[in-house]
Structure formats: structure tokens, C-alpha cells
Design a protein around this ligand. Structure first.
Ligand code: GRF
Length: 190
């Protein structure tokens, strides 16, 4: 059976687009994008790829099992949730419905540079301020604490002395795109 996966994203969506384009030929159905920001670039990218979009309002995000987005998720028969730059904290009820079935991507080598406030350029600035010789990306299952669930895979890269936070972000994105589809396939046992 072809697995149905959902992507949750809040931002520009380069990872979401890359996942959709790559998994298209691998018998995985990206059934819907869930997005908390109606202005996010990821929405257009999904529409261009004919992936339906569900925009989640602030009130609805906290409304638990009765919310429209959660009903949609159930109706879609989603077996795996992929967080690709999703900035909201995942509620406990969703984690209970999807134990070890929600994957997050973090742009650093956890447990370093994780936790509240550690997203986007903040992470890369912190890496440079700490004079790290290397950084990387972490794929992990989501539990009730930010960036603390079991690690699935990590990939490392060197930090060049001349790197700015923006350079690091660009290089980290390349690393993310290279590995994200394969990590999803491995979690799905495909
Ligand atoms: C990525 O760097 C990811 O690690 C982080 O948010 C960023 C999302 O980028 N969690 P994009 O929206 O996929 O381009």
C-alpha cells in the first residue's frame, strides 16, 4: 500500500518542495501540506505541485481533536507527519496519536544548539559564536520537549572560517535536501 504522509511547514518550503518532487517517483503520497502561516512561501510551492493545503488558524491549533485540521489528518489516512521548518510546538495529543511517527528536522547537531528560540539564523549565529569546527543537521522523532526526541540520523559538515550565518544556512539547506527524502523512506521502511 502506498503510504500517505503529511508535511507541516511554516516558511519558504524549499525542503517541502524537494520532498514532494523526490518522493513522487518513490511510491509515497504527500497527501497535504499543513501550514500555520497564510503568507508562507511553502503554500505556493505546494499549490504548483498540486498538493492540497490546509491553513491552520492560531485558535484551531490549540483546539485539540475537535479541530478541522486534525479531522482532515484523520480523513487523509496519514501514517507519517514530516515537520519541514514548522515553528509551532506540537501538542501532546498529536504526539500520542503518532508515537514515533512525527519526524522533525533541526539545522544543527543536537543536543547542541537546540531548544526554544533555536531556529533559523539564530542557530547558525550560535554555532559561529561558539567557534564550532563543524555543524550539521539532525532528524529526530518528536516528543513533548523541543528538539529532544530520539535521533534518527545526523549529518555533519565543516564550518569554514569565512562562513557567515547566511552562508551556513545555505550550505545547511543543501545538506538537508540531500538527505531528507532518504530519511523519510527509511522511517517508512521503503
Ligand atoms: C530548515 O533549515 C530546517 O532545518 C529548519 O527550517 C528550515 C526550513 O527551510 N527547521 P525551508 O522552509 O524548507 O526552506
Amino acid at each position: 500500500m502506498v503510504p500517505n504522509i503529511a508535511i507541516f511547514a511554516s516558511g519558504t518550503g524549499s525542503n517541502a518542495a524537494h520532498i514532494i518532487d523526490t518522493l513522487h517517483s518513490k511510491r509515497v503520497n504527500v497527501v497535504r501540506l499543513y501550514c500555520n502561516n497564510p503568507e508562507a512561501g511553502v503554500i505556493k510551492k505546494c499549490e504548483l505541485r498540486n498538493v492540497p493545503v490546509c491553513v491552520i488558524s492560531k485558535e484551531d491549533w490549540n483546539a485539540k481533536e475537535s479541530s478541522q485540521w486534525f479531522n482532515q489528518l484523520m480523513q487523509d489516512g496519514v501514517s507519517l507527519i514530516v515537520l519541514a521548518g514548522f515553528l509551532k510546538k506540537i501538542p501532546a495529543f498529536l504526539i500520542q496519536h503518532y508515537p514515533n511517527k512525527i519526524i522533525n528536522l533541526h539545522p544543527a547537531l543536537l543536543p547542541k544548539f537546540g531548544g526554544k528560540g533555536m531556529y533559523g539564523l539564530n542557530v547558525h549565529r550560535a554555532v559561529l559564536q561558539a567557534n564550532e569546527e563543524s555543524t550539521g543537521i539532525s532528524f529526530h522523532f518528536v516528543n513533548e520537549h523541543y528538539d529532544e526526541g530520539a535521533i534518527i540520523a545526523q549529518f555533519e559538515m565543516y564550518v569554514a572560517p569565512s562562513n557567515t550565518p547566511e552562508h551556513l544556512a545555505e550550505r545547511i539547506h543543501q545538506l538537508e535536501h540531500r538527505h531528507f527524502p532518504d530519511v523519510i523512506l527509511s522511517v517508512l521502511n521503503l
